[in-house]
Design a protein around this ligand. Structure first.
Ligand code: MSP
Length: 510
């Protein structure tokens, strides 16, 4: 990867229903990693969007009494509105109904056809409509019962004439690519799953659907009676968003930088098997990394519309605040593992980490500054031991961000927060004040103010609004998003700066 550039994608979410907590999770993780990179001065392109074609969506539109286009416009708008509410700093929002995307998908099909990569044939398979996934007999756990391996619902048999891509021809290449690039599929467990799939021959991948059965899709340029398979259509977004095949953005971000696809583990097969092979067939490089995170569960079940257990992100934000929600998602589980969502867990996490550790530190530091130094930053310099704590925290936090481990990055930041809290307990500023030990008191408060400034800087990618609030309470007016450590330490906070204490950041939740 070219140093200083970062191309990160989220899945394109289906617009068959409004967004839920699972979608918000992937997108918030992507936002956080992107903000952290931008803050380091890297050029970031964060891509998200909506997957708008296919049977499932046409069915949802008709159930809503709308035309497919009117329906997808409406739901896609809800995703956009939610990302705005959640503070997601995406650089481009692609829709698979965009004209430029359609052109790119058709170009890819044309190329595959022209080079003889597609076979027209009659095919029988089992199709799971809710998952938009076709299965072969060998995929079923019990060959007598054709139950979708992904969602456990019955799959229906279909016979039709379609165009197929030979996956098997690319299997040896994909295996050796995965073996040679440990960073390609993460985490390790997912990499092993894909290698296991590659241990046996791969069936062909059907890249089209008869228009008669699935009218809502991108027309195949060389066969007016077919549309593109919705997964082929959707995966192509990672290229068409960069104006593939010709665009300069494509050169820069796909060829020179390398894409990082952040996905949920439910769509690993599509991203780690089909997608690299499609790219290989098109003569393009595979993405740099496919990072599959785990699922949010409720009572042991994946949160999903079809299970009827969805959690509305907007409602969580209304109750717990945006930064409370972001903090819980980013901190509660290591990226890659499943997490259990419950209001009790959320409340416990927010009380312990945000109300107690961070909120108290900010509130009591500002209270002491008000009381003992006239609501101004006192005279003083940064204590060298505090400085090394800040520098160590920055280093460890960045290393965790670079590993794409936001939970660990936050743990590192909490080391610094707790060091500051411990320092207050140990130095007993109230005693220093009572005994009129001014210089010691001012030195302590100065270092605490500097620590809060560092905390605001390091916290910003995770909880932007909270970071801005701490920044403002310290009387700082420069644009926070453009400052970074360790450079910021070279321009210390000015003595005499007026502070503006606010309300406690995170009141305790009962
Ligand atoms: N449209 C396809 C993806 C095409 S990408 C080229 C799709 N869409 S989806 O709306 O079903 O979204 C799937 C993604 O939403 C998952 O991969 C994951 O990122 C997120 N999540 C949906 N439910 C989730 C949980 N319960 N937990 C965590 N994330 C989950 O698949």
């Amino acid at each position: 990867m070219t140093a200083g550039r970062f191309y990160l994608t989220t899945p394109l979410y289906y617009v068959n229903a409004k967004p839920h907590l699972g979608h918000a999770y992937t997108t918030i993780v992507a936002d956080c990693l992107s903000r952290a990179r931008r803050q380091r001065g890297e050029e970031v392109f964060l891509l998200t969007g909506t997957d708008e074609h296919g049977e499932k969506i046409a069915q949802a539109a008709s159930a809503a009494g709308l035309s497919p286009q009117a329906f997808v416009d409406q739901i896609s708008g809800q995703f956009k509105a939610l990302w705005n509410l959640l503070g997601v700093s995406y650089d481009h929002f692609i829709r698979t109904t965009d004209a430029s995307h359609t052109r790119g998908v058709q170009e890819a099909l044309k190329r595959l056809q022209a080079q003889g990569s597609l076979r027209k044939g009659t095919y029988s398979f089992w199709y799971c409509v809710p998952c938009e996934t076709s299965w072969t007999a060998g995929d079923f756990a019990d060959p007598a019962k054709k139950v979708c391996p992904a969602c456990q619902r019955p799959a229906g048999e279909v016979t039709e004439e379609d165009f197929f891509l030979n996956l098997e021809a690319h299997r040896p290449w994909l295996r050796s690519h995965i073996e040679a690039h440990p960073e390609f599929i993460r985490p390790e467990q997912r990499r092993n799953e894909v290698l296991a799939l590659l241990a046996k021959p791969l069936p062909e991948l059907c890249l089209t659907r008869p228009k008669e059965r699935v009218p809502w899709g991108i027309e195949v340029p060389f066969s007016a009676s077919h549309v593109a398979y919705v997964w082929f259509d959707a995966l192509m977004n990672y290229l068409t968003a960069l104006d593939w095949p010709g665009g300069g953005k494509f050169q820069e971000l796909w060829r020179q930088t390398g894409a990082i696809h952040l996905i949920g583990k439910d769509i690993l097969r599509h991203h780690a098997l089909y997608w690299p092979i499609i790219l290989h067939a098109l003569g393009e490089e595979p993405p740099r990394t496919i990072l599959a995170h785990g699922w949010w569960l409720i009572q042991g079940e994946k949160i999903s519309k079809s299970k009827g257990n969805i959690v509305d992100p907007q409602a969580v934000v209304e109750t717990f605040g945006l930064d409370g929600f972001r903090y819980f998602l980013l901190r509660e589980v290591p990226l890659g593992e499943d997490g259990v969502f419950s209001e009790g867990a959320l409340r416990a996490r927010l009380n312990a980490d945000l109300a107690n550790d961070l909120g108290n530190l900010v509130y009591r530091t500002l209270t002491m500054l008000e009381k003992h130094t006239g609501a101004r930053v006192p005279r003083g310099g940064l204590d060298p031991s505090v400085k090394s704590e800040i520098l160590a925290c920055e280093k460890n936090l960045w290393a965790a961000v670079a590993r794409m481990a936001p939970d660990q990055a936050l743990k590192e930041l909490w080391v610094l927060i707790n060091q500051a809290n411990t320092r207050i307990e140990r130095s007993q500023p109230w005693t220093l004040a009572r005994q009129a030990r001014r210089e010691e008191l001012e030195g302590l408060l100065y270092s605490l103010a500097e620590t809060l400034r560092a905390i605001a800087l390091l916290l910003w990618p995770f909880l932007p609004a909270t970071a801005e609030s701490i920044w403002g309470q310290l009387g700082l007016t420069s644009p926070l998003a453009q400052e970074r450590l360790p450079a910021a330490l070279a321009c210390p906070i000015a003595s005499g700066n007026p502070i503006a204490k606010g309300k406690p950041l995170f009141p305790r939740l009962e």
